[in-house]
Design a protein around this ligand. Structure first.
Ligand SMILES: C[S@@+](CC[C@H](N)C(=O)[O-])C[C@H]1O[C@@H](n2cnc3c(N)ncnc32)[C@H](O)[C@@H]1O
Length: 325
């Protein structure tokens, strides 16, 4: 989902799992298997996965956000007991966290990237353009630097680079200049202030995307930078492949092109194995292929799913199977 999705007001917040049937088909969790959900969120996918491992399969659920862990523990803990292990951790630490929790080798691992509806709806966290609130944006509020601090301390060139790199924002320079000028009189501390500033200095919208708020790319860029999301993704994917048993499945849902590019390149490199340059006549790196791609072009939601859950609209699922060593 994107940061300019609206949160329906007056209704209890829920997070509808995206491409849920396709995730289950690709992950194919068997009875008794060991599974990892690296991005627990509201536990929607995790619940379906652990049910499919009945009667004695186990699932390790991670989330960087302690509120997600507490919510899923309260909802699913009583039902699944010690079949469900939950741990507040960044998935970049999967290589150490999984063995610590007794998951040395696993049959499946899911990454459903980005943020949940609960986070988007939380006006204390500043994720949502339309939700507002203090510009924090950390998944783990106990670590790292909140977004308002980046806006206060990065210089104009650094802000421009951040919006270009993580938001592919065409008006990056203009927006960075606007921020630096504005903070001379008062710091930018809330999502409302940032959204209004971007709308003022760079009101242009991409053709055909009239309903998308002009600050969408800026919010995406800040969130990626605050949480170092792309570095974490590379580390998490590498750790997941190391953990998978032969025949084990890796499934990743991404929501924008920067994430999807990393996932696609990672899977292709693991499918190829050898990383020698094409001009080298005989392989010298010795790397063997480790993954077989399932659905090589990826899967996207149906029109019906997008109508039922508009936050699914930018999702792309990629999946692969670990080959015998
Ligand atoms: C889209 S939600 C997952 C929703 C979940 N699949 C469900 O069905 O409810 C993404 C979750 O991943 C978490 N997250 C994002 N990056 C993370 C990281 N590097 N490590 C751990 N959790 C992360 C977020 O805090 C958020 O709760």
């Amino acid at each position: 989902m994107t940061t300019d999705d609206a949160v329906p007001s007056g209704q209890p917040v829920t997070h509808v799992p995206v491409l849920a049937d396709e995730v289950m088909a690709m992950l194919a969790p068997a009875a008794g298997s060991r599974q990892v959900d690296a991005t627990l969120g509201g536990g929607g996918h995790a619940e379906r996965i652990i049910e499919a491992t009945d009667p004695d399969g186990r699932l390790l659920g991670l989330d960087a956000d302690e509120a997600a862990i507490a919510r899923v523990r309260a909802r699913l803990g009583p039902r699944f007991g010690d079949r469900l292990r939950l741990r507040q951790a960044n998935f970049r630490e999967l290589a150490t966290v999984a063995p610590e929790e007794g998951f040395d080798a696993v049959d499946g691992c899911l990454f459903d990237l980005g943020l949940s509806s609960f986070q988007l709806a939380d006006a204390e966290r500043g994720f949502g353009i339309r939700t507002g609130g203090p510009l924090d944006m950390r998944f783990d509020a106990s670590r790292g630097v909140p977004a308002f601090e980046l806006l206060a301390t990065l210089d104009q060139d650094e802000l421009t680079a951040l919006f270009r790199r993580y938001g592919e924002e065409p008006f990056a320079g203009r927006i960075a200049r606007g921020i630096v000028e504005s903070r001379r009189s008062a710091p930018i501390r809330t999502a409302e202030e940032l959204a209004a500033l971007v709308a003022r200095v760079a009101p242009g919208r991409a053709p055909g995307r009239r309903r998308v708020h002009p600050a969408t790319r800026v919010f995406q860029a800040l969130r990626i930078a605050v949480n170092e999301e792309l570095d974490a993704l590379e580390a998490g994917l590498a750790a997941a492949v190391d953990l998978l048993r032969p025949g084990g499945r890796l499934v990743v849902l991404s929501y924008h092109s920067l994430e999807d590019r990393i996932v696609k390149r990672f899977l292709q490199a693991e499918r190829r194995g050898c990383t020698c340059p094409p001009e080298v006549p005989v392989c010298v790196c010795g790397r063997e292929p480790r993954l077989r791609l399932l659905a090589p072009k990826g899967l996207v939601p149906s029109a019906a799913e997008i109508v039922a859950n508009p936050r699914a609209r930018s999702a792309r699922l990629r999946a692969a199977e670990r080959m015998a060593a």
